[in-house]
Design a protein around this ligand. Structure first.
Ligand code: AMP
Ligand code: MG
Length: 334
């Protein structure tokens, strides 16, 4: 009897193991960061190969430094007949620059370079240099005519604030077309998930503690992008002041809005990426107004003072983790 029970148990375990879909993972370096793609179920291996090829193609087209990049060619003053992908992303990005009233401005590149964020040779530019460069920071100067882009003298594009989010959306389309129903991708700090975990429960995505290597919170999500912009991601310090890579286009200086981390949760990766940068520039109050004016995202803000603010849409799926347990929380409502 005991032997029978044991073998029945063994059979059940084997059946369960047999039911679990196959896991496919691919890890590679692109867009200046480590990418990790995981897909479940049949067709996952081919979908991952297609996704990696797409990432490499988008990296080639969109990079500010790559030899074959359409963005780099346009920044050098050439007229560029845009690929469908670059045209699509540029049009989405320009729409979001307008919608955020220039808190996102994809023509910020000359200023980003003056601070040394492109090379790592960091410096604090003098105010004369900055105000001269700011004259050419203006996304309304970017016009695509009959599929061709020609930038006015001095104007240079940087799609670094939106490229990974857009790439995430394109990967999700590949996965869906392959018939997959469960996948998770991490593109640097951007996380995007398809469906739920293979066991049917929501994906759990950790969000970094700005002051340590650990996590501050976890959100449970289904079919969402979770994108964080943080002052801790890329920065330098001089005379005791920290200068980070998110620039306020109004001043040409690192955005000091009182926030140190902005996470956006949305079905759209490109929206989440654009808004993580833009709301960091706006600050908490404007971010809340902006959220009330739309219905397609939620946010988590961490202030310089350690305060945490979330929007009501993720109230039930949000939890603090590690050292942050029992931290106070403000929930913004419509
Ligand atoms: P993210 O990490 O998505 O917030 O993007 C930050 C990157 O976007 C920076 O490294 C810059 O290359 C660029 N960037 C910085 N400030 C802005 C801004 N206000 N609007 C658009 N792009 C920006
Ligand atoms: Mg961004």
């Amino acid at each position: 009897m005991k032997a029978f029970r044991l073998s029945a148990l063994l059979l059940a375990v084997l059946l369960l193991a047999g039911c679990a879909p196959k896991t496919y993972t691919s890890t590679f370096f692109a867009m200046d960061t480590v990418m990790e793609l995981t897909a479940y179920g049949s067709g996952g291996d081919e979908a991952l190969a297609d996704a990696q090829a797409l990432v490499e193609e988008l990296d080639r087209l969109l990079s500010v430094t790559g030899e074959d990049s359409e963005i780099r060619a346009a920044n050098r003053g050439e007229t560029v007949l845009l690929s469908d992908s670059t045209a699509d992303l540029l049009s989405l990005a320009l729409g979001l620059c307008a919608d955020t009233r220039g808190a996102l401005d994809v023509t910020i590149y000359p200023v980003v370079r003056a601070w040394g964020f492109t090379t790592g040779q960091y410096q604090v530019p003098d105010s004369g240099t900055l105000s001269a460069l700011l004259d050419s920071v203006d996304y309304t100067q970017v016009v695509v005519e009959s599929g061709a882009l020609t930038l006015p003298g001095g104007v240079e594009l940087d799609l670094g604030s939106v490229a990974k989010g857009y790439t995430g959306d394109r990967i999700m389309s590949i996965f869906q077309e392959a018939g997959l129903t469960s996948a998770k991708i991490t593109l640097g700090g951007n996380v995007q998930v398809l469906g739920n975990k293979p066991d049917g429960s929501p994906w759990r995505v950790g969000i970094r503690d700005p002051g340590s290597d650990g996590y501050a919170f976890v959100v449970e999500v289904t079919d969402r992008a979770v994108v964080t912009s943080g002052g801790y991601e890329r920065y330098f310090e001089q005379d005791g002041v920290r200068y980070w890579h998110i620039i306020d286009p109004a001043t040409g200086c690192p955005a000091r809005s009182g926030l140190v981390s902005v996470t956006i949760i949305s079905q759209s990766g490109v929206l989440a990426d654009a808004l993580s940068t833009a709301l960091f520039v706006m600050g908490a109050e404007q971010a809340a107004d902006y959220w009330r004016a739309r219905d397609d995202f939620d946010f988590i803000l961490i202030g310089e003072d350690g305060s945490v603010t979330i929007t009501e849409g993720i109230e039930d799926s949000f939890s603090f983790s590690g050292d942050w347990e029992n931290h106070s929380l403000e929930v913004i409502r419509r």
